[in-house]
Design a protein around this ligand. Sequence first.
Ligand code: ACO
Length: 269
Amino acid sequence: MADANAGAGPETATATAGGELAEAGLRWEVDGAVATVTLNRPERRNAMTFATWRGLAEIGRSLPAGVRVVVLRGAGPSFSAGIDLSMFSGEGGEGFADGSDAAATDRFIAELQEGYTWLRRPDIVTVAAVHGHAIGGGFQLALACDIRVAADDVKFCMKEPALGLVPDLTGTKPLVEIVGIGRALELCLTARTVHAEEAARLGLAEIVVPRDGLDAAIEELVASLLAVNPGAAVATKRLLWEAAENTLEEQCAAERREQTGRLRDLFGK
Ligand code: ACO
């Protein structure tokens, strides 16, 4: 297994200096076609700082070409307790945009969102292994992944409105797409906690397993994902993510286009 935290190596791009990522509460390893990204501040329940989100974006940019599956997980008792609340009192919140300059604030948030948007890239399948608390930015990180596998102790909570904020780390779109507008409103505006059984029912977790079975479930899922033809996986992910936005006619055209590419790859001369 390549320790990507060691910095630039044959498999990693340059700006992944281990010290910086460790400070950002992140570590990641690459093992063949699988990258595992661990939120790694267990003593703070993997609370996330601006550096964490910038680090996630950097990991996305540094992924070696052969990686097909990315697993996100949290060290310790929780996936993530969301934004590090100490940043609101100044600590680690350097460069905090206070909204007084709208354009600068927009740029600031856009940069942080880059820590999440790469998880939708069609060349990789992203899997969140969620246990314990997944609050605010942590919940949104799970929502940014293609597939969520949850332990039966999972506790999802969209806490932002309770703090006077909106969820702005890309989570509102997948949340509405998964649970519908009414349930999304109810969850966000009450900031209540969703436990495992309800998460499975709402589609917030595709798979729910006992806490001590999470690693095995991830291993099994990853093996299944890797068993599929790589080109077909990329094309199918692209196609499925397009489906919600497309008309039936557009989607039929997209299917024909992707299949033409597949047929050319499989049988073309
Ligand atoms: N930011 C900073 N520190 C945190 C955070 C956080 N979000 N969450 C937990 N910690 C710290 C605690 O302060 C505590 O530190 P200490 O040991 O120095 O006292 C340590 O992590 C352990 O936390 P506990 O509260 O003792 O752990 P417990 O398992 O009892 O509770 C829970 C975990 C439920 C996550 C609780 O810590 C909590 O409610 N945290 C705040 C969650 C929150 O409001 N996040 C913001 C969401 S909004 C957004 O992300 C934009």
